[in-house]
Ligand binder design. Structure first.
Ligand SMILES: Cc1cc2nc3c(=O)[nH]c(=O)nc-3n(C[C@H](O)[C@H](O)[C@H](O)COP(=O)(O)OP(=O)(O)OC[C@H]3O[C@@H](n4cnc5c(N)ncnc54)[C@H](O)[C@@H]3O)c2cc1C
Length: 368
Protein backbone atom coordinates (compact mmCIF):
# COMPACT_ATOMS: atom_id res chain seq x y z
CA UNK A 1 0.00 0.00 0.00
CA UNK A 2 1.30 3.48 -0.97
CA UNK A 3 0.96 6.52 1.26
CA UNK A 4 -0.57 8.70 -1.46
CA UNK A 5 -1.92 8.31 -4.99
CA UNK A 6 -2.32 11.50 -7.00
CA UNK A 7 -4.59 11.28 -10.04
CA UNK A 8 -3.57 13.78 -12.71
CA UNK A 9 -0.28 15.48 -13.53
CA UNK A 10 -1.45 19.03 -14.26
CA UNK A 11 -0.23 21.91 -12.09
CA UNK A 12 -2.25 20.87 -9.02
CA UNK A 13 -1.06 17.23 -9.02
CA UNK A 14 2.54 18.12 -9.90
CA UNK A 15 2.87 20.88 -7.30
CA UNK A 16 1.31 18.75 -4.60
CA UNK A 17 3.65 15.91 -5.48
CA UNK A 18 6.64 18.24 -5.07
CA UNK A 19 5.49 19.04 -1.53
CA UNK A 20 5.02 15.46 -0.31
CA UNK A 21 8.69 14.69 0.31
CA UNK A 22 9.22 11.74 2.65
CA UNK A 23 6.00 10.00 1.59
CA UNK A 24 5.62 7.05 -0.76
CA UNK A 25 3.63 8.76 -3.51
CA UNK A 26 2.67 7.68 -7.01
CA UNK A 27 1.19 9.95 -9.65
CA UNK A 28 -1.12 8.56 -12.33
CA UNK A 29 -1.47 10.48 -15.58
CA UNK A 30 -3.42 9.28 -18.62
CA UNK A 31 -1.58 11.48 -21.11
CA UNK A 32 1.61 13.38 -20.34
CA UNK A 33 2.58 15.53 -17.37
CA UNK A 34 1.22 19.04 -17.97
CA UNK A 35 -0.31 18.11 -21.29
CA UNK A 36 -3.48 20.18 -21.05
CA UNK A 37 -3.77 22.88 -23.69
CA UNK A 38 -3.16 25.86 -21.43
CA UNK A 39 -1.32 29.10 -21.86
CA UNK A 40 -1.54 30.70 -18.48
CA UNK A 41 -0.45 34.02 -17.12
CA UNK A 42 0.34 33.99 -13.43
CA UNK A 43 2.34 35.78 -10.76
CA UNK A 44 6.03 35.59 -11.55
CA UNK A 45 6.88 34.96 -7.89
CA UNK A 46 5.19 31.54 -7.92
CA UNK A 47 7.20 30.18 -10.87
CA UNK A 48 10.60 29.02 -9.69
CA UNK A 49 11.88 27.53 -12.98
CA UNK A 50 13.45 29.85 -15.57
CA UNK A 51 12.76 27.45 -18.42
CA UNK A 52 9.02 27.44 -17.66
CA UNK A 53 8.75 31.20 -18.23
CA UNK A 54 7.83 32.20 -21.78
CA UNK A 55 7.42 35.94 -21.22
CA UNK A 56 7.25 38.39 -18.33
CA UNK A 57 4.97 41.46 -17.97
CA UNK A 58 5.20 44.64 -15.92
CA UNK A 59 1.65 45.79 -16.53
CA UNK A 60 -1.90 44.66 -16.97
CA UNK A 61 -4.33 46.39 -19.35
CA UNK A 62 -8.09 46.34 -19.09
CA UNK A 63 -9.89 47.05 -22.37
CA UNK A 64 -13.50 47.09 -23.47
CA UNK A 65 -14.68 46.16 -26.95
CA UNK A 66 -15.75 49.75 -27.63
CA UNK A 67 -12.25 51.09 -27.17
CA UNK A 68 -11.88 52.13 -23.51
CA UNK A 69 -8.55 51.20 -21.95
CA UNK A 70 -6.71 51.50 -18.66
CA UNK A 71 -3.14 50.36 -18.00
CA UNK A 72 -2.11 49.25 -14.51
CA UNK A 73 1.67 49.54 -14.38
CA UNK A 74 4.01 48.04 -11.83
CA UNK A 75 7.60 48.95 -10.94
CA UNK A 76 8.92 45.57 -12.03
CA UNK A 77 7.83 42.42 -13.86
CA UNK A 78 5.03 40.93 -11.79
CA UNK A 79 3.36 38.46 -14.14
CA UNK A 80 4.56 35.82 -16.57
CA UNK A 81 3.23 33.58 -19.29
CA UNK A 82 4.15 29.99 -18.45
CA UNK A 83 5.04 26.95 -20.49
CA UNK A 84 2.56 24.66 -18.72
CA UNK A 85 4.26 21.40 -19.63
CA UNK A 86 7.67 22.52 -18.42
CA UNK A 87 6.21 24.02 -15.26
CA UNK A 88 4.53 20.73 -14.33
CA UNK A 89 7.37 18.44 -15.45
CA UNK A 90 9.88 20.37 -13.34
CA UNK A 91 7.78 19.78 -10.24
CA UNK A 92 7.10 16.06 -10.35
CA UNK A 93 9.44 14.00 -8.14
CA UNK A 94 7.54 10.70 -7.66
CA UNK A 95 7.10 7.72 -9.94
CA UNK A 96 4.59 8.36 -12.68
CA UNK A 97 2.28 5.61 -13.88
CA UNK A 98 0.90 6.22 -17.33
CA UNK A 99 -2.71 5.09 -17.35
CA UNK A 100 -6.31 6.16 -17.06
CA UNK A 101 -8.08 5.88 -13.73
CA UNK A 102 -11.56 4.51 -14.28
CA UNK A 103 -12.80 4.49 -10.70
CA UNK A 104 -11.75 5.11 -7.14
CA UNK A 105 -13.07 4.44 -3.65
CA UNK A 106 -11.53 5.00 -0.20
CA UNK A 107 -8.15 3.21 -0.19
CA UNK A 108 -8.23 2.04 -3.82
CA UNK A 109 -7.73 3.46 -7.30
CA UNK A 110 -8.64 1.34 -10.32
CA UNK A 111 -6.99 1.49 -13.73
CA UNK A 112 -7.92 -0.62 -16.76
CA UNK A 113 -5.70 -3.55 -15.72
CA UNK A 114 -4.55 -2.91 -12.14
CA UNK A 115 -5.68 -1.57 -8.79
CA UNK A 116 -3.46 0.61 -6.62
CA UNK A 117 -3.97 0.92 -2.89
CA UNK A 118 -3.13 4.04 -0.92
CA UNK A 119 -3.84 5.62 2.45
CA UNK A 120 -4.77 8.94 0.82
CA UNK A 121 -6.15 9.55 -2.69
CA UNK A 122 -5.93 13.00 -4.24
CA UNK A 123 -8.03 13.66 -7.33
CA UNK A 124 -6.26 16.37 -9.37
CA UNK A 125 -7.75 15.21 -12.66
CA UNK A 126 -9.24 18.57 -13.71
CA UNK A 127 -12.16 18.69 -16.09
CA UNK A 128 -11.11 15.36 -17.66
CA UNK A 129 -11.92 13.47 -14.44
CA UNK A 130 -15.44 14.73 -13.88
CA UNK A 131 -17.01 11.30 -14.44
CA UNK A 132 -14.73 9.88 -11.71
CA UNK A 133 -15.90 12.47 -9.23
CA UNK A 134 -19.55 12.01 -10.08
CA UNK A 135 -19.18 8.26 -9.47
CA UNK A 136 -17.48 8.99 -6.15
CA UNK A 137 -20.29 11.32 -5.07
CA UNK A 138 -18.50 14.69 -5.39
CA UNK A 139 -20.32 17.70 -6.85
CA UNK A 140 -18.90 19.33 -9.98
CA UNK A 141 -18.07 23.05 -10.25
CA UNK A 142 -21.37 24.70 -11.26
CA UNK A 143 -20.18 26.53 -14.38
CA UNK A 144 -18.27 25.45 -17.48
CA UNK A 145 -16.20 27.92 -19.46
CA UNK A 146 -15.93 27.20 -23.15
CA UNK A 147 -12.70 28.79 -24.38
CA UNK A 148 -11.47 29.34 -27.90
CA UNK A 149 -8.01 30.72 -28.49
CA UNK A 150 -5.36 31.07 -31.14
CA UNK A 151 -1.94 32.45 -31.91
CA UNK A 152 -1.98 35.63 -34.01
CA UNK A 153 0.52 38.11 -35.36
CA UNK A 154 0.91 41.07 -33.07
CA UNK A 155 -0.14 44.59 -34.03
CA UNK A 156 1.27 47.98 -33.15
CA UNK A 157 -1.22 48.93 -30.44
CA UNK A 158 -0.43 45.82 -28.37
CA UNK A 159 2.32 46.52 -25.85
CA UNK A 160 4.39 43.32 -25.46
CA UNK A 161 5.23 44.21 -21.86
CA UNK A 162 1.54 44.05 -20.84
CA UNK A 163 -1.12 41.39 -20.87
CA UNK A 164 -4.73 42.33 -21.62
CA UNK A 165 -8.14 41.33 -20.35
CA UNK A 166 -11.09 42.20 -22.58
CA UNK A 167 -14.60 42.97 -21.39
CA UNK A 168 -17.58 42.83 -23.71
CA UNK A 169 -17.29 39.79 -25.93
CA UNK A 170 -19.14 36.49 -25.75
CA UNK A 171 -20.78 36.26 -22.29
CA UNK A 172 -17.57 36.37 -20.33
CA UNK A 173 -14.68 38.22 -21.97
CA UNK A 174 -11.31 37.47 -23.36
CA UNK A 175 -7.58 37.89 -23.13
CA UNK A 176 -4.49 38.86 -25.10
CA UNK A 177 -1.19 37.39 -23.97
CA UNK A 178 1.80 38.75 -25.97
CA UNK A 179 4.34 35.97 -26.59
CA UNK A 180 7.08 38.17 -28.04
CA UNK A 181 7.30 41.30 -30.21
CA UNK A 182 5.78 39.47 -33.18
CA UNK A 183 3.18 37.05 -31.83
CA UNK A 184 0.44 36.97 -29.26
CA UNK A 185 -2.17 34.61 -28.00
CA UNK A 186 -5.71 35.75 -28.09
CA UNK A 187 -8.81 34.05 -26.72
CA UNK A 188 -12.44 34.35 -25.72
CA UNK A 189 -14.61 32.60 -23.16
CA UNK A 190 -18.28 31.74 -22.94
CA UNK A 191 -19.69 30.73 -19.56
CA UNK A 192 -22.50 28.20 -19.08
CA UNK A 193 -24.33 26.81 -16.09
CA UNK A 194 -24.21 23.03 -16.19
CA UNK A 195 -27.10 21.35 -17.91
CA UNK A 196 -27.36 23.96 -20.70
CA UNK A 197 -25.99 23.73 -24.21
CA UNK A 198 -22.33 24.70 -24.31
CA UNK A 199 -21.17 26.83 -27.24
CA UNK A 200 -17.62 27.86 -27.94
CA UNK A 201 -17.32 31.59 -28.66
CA UNK A 202 -16.94 32.95 -32.17
CA UNK A 203 -13.73 34.90 -32.14
CA UNK A 204 -13.68 36.02 -35.79
CA UNK A 205 -15.48 39.29 -35.01
CA UNK A 206 -13.05 40.08 -32.21
CA UNK A 207 -10.08 39.23 -34.44
CA UNK A 208 -11.32 41.75 -37.02
CA UNK A 209 -12.01 44.40 -34.39
CA UNK A 210 -8.52 44.18 -32.94
CA UNK A 211 -6.82 43.91 -36.33
CA UNK A 212 -5.19 40.53 -35.70
CA UNK A 213 -4.21 38.31 -38.59
CA UNK A 214 -5.75 34.86 -38.51
CA UNK A 215 -3.73 32.62 -36.25
CA UNK A 216 -2.19 29.36 -37.32
CA UNK A 217 -4.04 27.21 -34.77
CA UNK A 218 -7.48 27.69 -33.25
CA UNK A 219 -7.98 25.64 -30.10
CA UNK A 220 -11.08 24.90 -28.00
CA UNK A 221 -10.95 23.85 -24.34
CA UNK A 222 -13.44 23.47 -21.52
CA UNK A 223 -12.62 24.67 -18.06
CA UNK A 224 -14.59 24.51 -14.77
CA UNK A 225 -15.53 27.58 -12.73
CA UNK A 226 -17.06 27.88 -9.26
CA UNK A 227 -15.86 26.48 -5.95
CA UNK A 228 -17.10 23.06 -4.84
CA UNK A 229 -17.94 23.09 -1.12
CA UNK A 230 -17.33 19.44 -0.19
CA UNK A 231 -13.77 18.50 -1.19
CA UNK A 232 -13.01 15.69 1.27
CA UNK A 233 -14.75 12.34 1.52
CA UNK A 234 -13.18 9.77 3.84
CA UNK A 235 -9.52 9.62 2.75
CA UNK A 236 -10.16 11.11 -0.69
CA UNK A 237 -9.63 14.79 -1.48
CA UNK A 238 -10.21 16.74 -4.69
CA UNK A 239 -7.89 19.61 -5.63
CA UNK A 240 -7.25 22.18 -8.40
CA UNK A 241 -9.76 22.51 -11.24
CA UNK A 242 -11.52 19.48 -9.76
CA UNK A 243 -12.59 21.69 -6.84
CA UNK A 244 -13.25 24.74 -9.02
CA UNK A 245 -10.25 26.54 -7.54
CA UNK A 246 -10.21 29.64 -9.73
CA UNK A 247 -10.23 33.42 -9.22
CA UNK A 248 -13.86 34.55 -9.36
CA UNK A 249 -13.04 37.81 -11.14
CA UNK A 250 -9.91 37.19 -13.20
CA UNK A 251 -10.15 33.44 -13.76
CA UNK A 252 -6.47 33.01 -12.86
CA UNK A 253 -6.08 29.69 -11.08
CA UNK A 254 -2.44 28.74 -10.81
CA UNK A 255 -1.64 31.01 -7.89
CA UNK A 256 -4.67 29.70 -5.97
CA UNK A 257 -3.36 26.17 -6.43
CA UNK A 258 0.04 27.49 -5.28
CA UNK A 259 -1.52 29.01 -2.16
CA UNK A 260 -3.60 26.01 -1.10
CA UNK A 261 -1.15 23.19 -1.96
CA UNK A 262 1.14 23.63 1.13
CA UNK A 263 -1.90 23.53 3.44
CA UNK A 264 -3.18 20.35 1.81
CA UNK A 265 0.30 18.76 1.75
CA UNK A 266 0.75 19.41 5.45
CA UNK A 267 -2.55 17.72 6.31
CA UNK A 268 -1.84 14.77 4.01
CA UNK A 269 1.50 14.21 5.78
CA UNK A 270 -0.17 14.32 9.19
CA UNK A 271 -2.91 11.95 8.01
CA UNK A 272 -0.41 9.41 6.66
CA UNK A 273 1.60 9.56 9.89
CA UNK A 274 -1.55 9.06 11.95
CA UNK A 275 -1.20 12.52 13.52
CA UNK A 276 -4.29 14.04 11.96
CA UNK A 277 -7.31 13.54 9.72
CA UNK A 278 -7.82 14.55 6.10
CA UNK A 279 -11.07 16.20 7.11
CA UNK A 280 -9.03 19.04 8.63
CA UNK A 281 -8.48 20.22 5.05
CA UNK A 282 -12.25 20.35 4.56
CA UNK A 283 -12.45 22.73 7.53
CA UNK A 284 -9.64 24.93 6.17
CA UNK A 285 -11.30 24.95 2.74
CA UNK A 286 -14.72 25.98 4.08
CA UNK A 287 -13.14 28.60 6.28
CA UNK A 288 -11.23 29.98 3.28
CA UNK A 289 -14.40 30.16 1.18
CA UNK A 290 -16.29 31.91 3.98
CA UNK A 291 -13.55 34.50 4.42
CA UNK A 292 -13.38 35.00 0.65
CA UNK A 293 -17.15 35.13 0.26
CA UNK A 294 -17.32 38.88 -0.60
CA UNK A 295 -14.75 38.54 -3.38
CA UNK A 296 -16.25 35.32 -4.69
CA UNK A 297 -19.84 36.57 -4.58
CA UNK A 298 -18.93 39.85 -6.31
CA UNK A 299 -17.09 37.92 -9.04
CA UNK A 300 -19.93 35.48 -9.68
CA UNK A 301 -22.50 38.28 -9.76
CA UNK A 302 -20.54 40.60 -12.07
CA UNK A 303 -20.11 37.96 -14.76
CA UNK A 304 -23.83 37.22 -14.59
CA UNK A 305 -24.70 40.80 -15.65
CA UNK A 306 -25.65 41.66 -19.24
CA UNK A 307 -22.63 42.50 -21.42
CA UNK A 308 -23.44 46.22 -21.75
CA UNK A 309 -23.56 46.51 -17.94
CA UNK A 310 -20.23 44.68 -17.65
CA UNK A 311 -18.74 47.20 -20.10
CA UNK A 312 -20.20 50.11 -18.12
CA UNK A 313 -18.70 48.77 -14.90
CA UNK A 314 -15.29 48.23 -16.50
CA UNK A 315 -15.37 51.86 -17.64
CA UNK A 316 -16.41 52.94 -14.16
CA UNK A 317 -13.36 51.16 -12.76
CA UNK A 318 -11.20 53.11 -15.24
CA UNK A 319 -12.76 56.45 -14.24
CA UNK A 320 -12.28 55.77 -10.55
CA UNK A 321 -8.52 55.44 -11.11
CA UNK A 322 -8.10 52.40 -8.91
CA UNK A 323 -4.46 52.05 -7.89
CA UNK A 324 -2.34 49.37 -9.60
CA UNK A 325 -1.48 47.96 -6.16
CA UNK A 326 -5.19 47.46 -5.40
CA UNK A 327 -5.65 45.62 -8.68
CA UNK A 328 -2.67 43.44 -7.86
CA UNK A 329 -4.01 42.71 -4.38
CA UNK A 330 -7.43 41.87 -5.79
CA UNK A 331 -5.93 39.47 -8.33
CA UNK A 332 -3.86 37.74 -5.66
CA UNK A 333 -6.58 37.63 -3.00
CA UNK A 334 -8.35 34.53 -1.89
CA UNK A 335 -9.24 34.97 1.77
CA UNK A 336 -6.94 37.96 2.37
CA UNK A 337 -8.49 41.33 3.13
CA UNK A 338 -7.40 44.10 0.79
CA UNK A 339 -8.21 47.79 0.48
CA UNK A 340 -9.43 48.98 -2.91
CA UNK A 341 -7.76 52.39 -3.23
CA UNK A 342 -9.51 54.58 -5.82
CA UNK A 343 -8.68 58.20 -6.57
CA UNK A 344 -12.41 58.92 -7.02
CA UNK A 345 -14.21 56.48 -4.71
CA UNK A 346 -17.45 55.06 -6.12
CA UNK A 347 -20.94 55.60 -4.76
CA UNK A 348 -23.18 52.65 -4.02
CA UNK A 349 -25.55 53.88 -6.75
CA UNK A 350 -22.82 53.57 -9.39
CA UNK A 351 -23.53 49.84 -9.37
CA UNK A 352 -26.86 48.32 -10.48
CA UNK A 353 -29.24 47.23 -7.72
CA UNK A 354 -29.32 43.77 -9.32
CA UNK A 355 -25.56 43.46 -8.67
CA UNK A 356 -25.95 44.30 -4.97
CA UNK A 357 -28.85 41.88 -4.71
CA UNK A 358 -27.14 39.01 -6.54
CA UNK A 359 -23.95 39.55 -4.54
CA UNK A 360 -25.89 39.38 -1.28
CA UNK A 361 -27.61 36.14 -2.33
CA UNK A 362 -24.41 34.59 -3.65
CA UNK A 363 -22.61 35.46 -0.42
CA UNK A 364 -25.24 33.69 1.65
CA UNK A 365 -25.02 30.62 -0.62
CA UNK A 366 -21.23 30.51 -0.14
CA UNK A 367 -21.34 31.03 3.61
CA UNK A 368 -24.00 28.38 4.30
C1 LIG B 1 -7.15 28.07 -22.32
C2 LIG B 1 -6.92 28.24 -20.85
C3 LIG B 1 -6.33 29.40 -20.38
C4 LIG B 1 -6.07 29.55 -19.02
N1 LIG B 1 -5.47 30.68 -18.59
C5 LIG B 1 -5.08 30.77 -17.29
C6 LIG B 1 -4.31 31.89 -16.86
O1 LIG B 1 -4.02 32.79 -17.63
N2 LIG B 1 -3.88 31.91 -15.57
C7 LIG B 1 -4.18 30.90 -14.69
O2 LIG B 1 -3.73 30.95 -13.55
N3 LIG B 1 -4.96 29.86 -15.08
C8 LIG B 1 -5.41 29.78 -16.36
N4 LIG B 1 -6.15 28.71 -16.77
C9 LIG B 1 -6.60 27.74 -15.76
C10 LIG B 1 -5.50 26.78 -15.37
O3 LIG B 1 -4.84 26.35 -16.51
C11 LIG B 1 -6.09 25.59 -14.61
O4 LIG B 1 -6.84 26.06 -13.54
C12 LIG B 1 -5.02 24.66 -14.11
O5 LIG B 1 -4.26 24.23 -15.19
C13 LIG B 1 -5.66 23.50 -13.39
O6 LIG B 1 -4.70 22.52 -13.14
P1 LIG B 1 -5.14 21.08 -12.67
O7 LIG B 1 -3.91 20.36 -12.35
O8 LIG B 1 -6.18 21.16 -11.60
O9 LIG B 1 -5.86 20.43 -13.93
P2 LIG B 1 -5.23 19.96 -15.34
O10 LIG B 1 -4.09 20.76 -15.77
O11 LIG B 1 -6.41 19.83 -16.25
O12 LIG B 1 -4.65 18.53 -15.05
C14 LIG B 1 -5.47 17.39 -14.93
C15 LIG B 1 -4.66 16.21 -15.41
O13 LIG B 1 -5.35 15.01 -15.06
C16 LIG B 1 -5.24 14.09 -16.13
N5 LIG B 1 -6.40 13.18 -16.05
C17 LIG B 1 -7.70 13.49 -16.26
N6 LIG B 1 -8.47 12.41 -16.07
C18 LIG B 1 -7.64 11.39 -15.73
C19 LIG B 1 -7.84 10.02 -15.43
N7 LIG B 1 -9.05 9.47 -15.42
N8 LIG B 1 -6.77 9.25 -15.15
C20 LIG B 1 -5.51 9.79 -15.15
N9 LIG B 1 -5.25 11.09 -15.45
C21 LIG B 1 -6.30 11.89 -15.72
C22 LIG B 1 -5.28 14.98 -17.38
O14 LIG B 1 -4.69 14.32 -18.49
C23 LIG B 1 -4.48 16.20 -16.92
O15 LIG B 1 -3.10 16.10 -17.23
C24 LIG B 1 -6.47 28.54 -18.11
C25 LIG B 1 -7.09 27.38 -18.58
C26 LIG B 1 -7.31 27.23 -19.93
C27 LIG B 1 -7.95 25.97 -20.40
Amino acid sequence: MHDVVIIGGGYSGSLLDSLLEGLDTVLIEKEEIGSKDVSAVTFLKIVEFEDAIVKTYNSYTLITVDGAREVYEFDEDVFCLVNYRKLCKNLVRSDVIKGEVIKYEPGKVELEDEAIEAKVIVDCSGIGGENLREKAGFKLPPVVNALKFERATSVEWVDPSSFYLIVGFANFGGWIYPIDDNFLEFGMANRFKRGGRILFPEIEEARKLFGFEKGSELRSVLYPYGFVKQVVNDNIVIFGDASGLTHPVYGMSLHYIYKMAPKLADIIKKTVRGEGKLNEYQKIWRDTLRKASSLIAAGYSTWDLPLDTQIRLAKLQMELKISPKSILDQMWALDEKFEMYAKYPPKLTDYPISLHFKTFLNRIKIIL
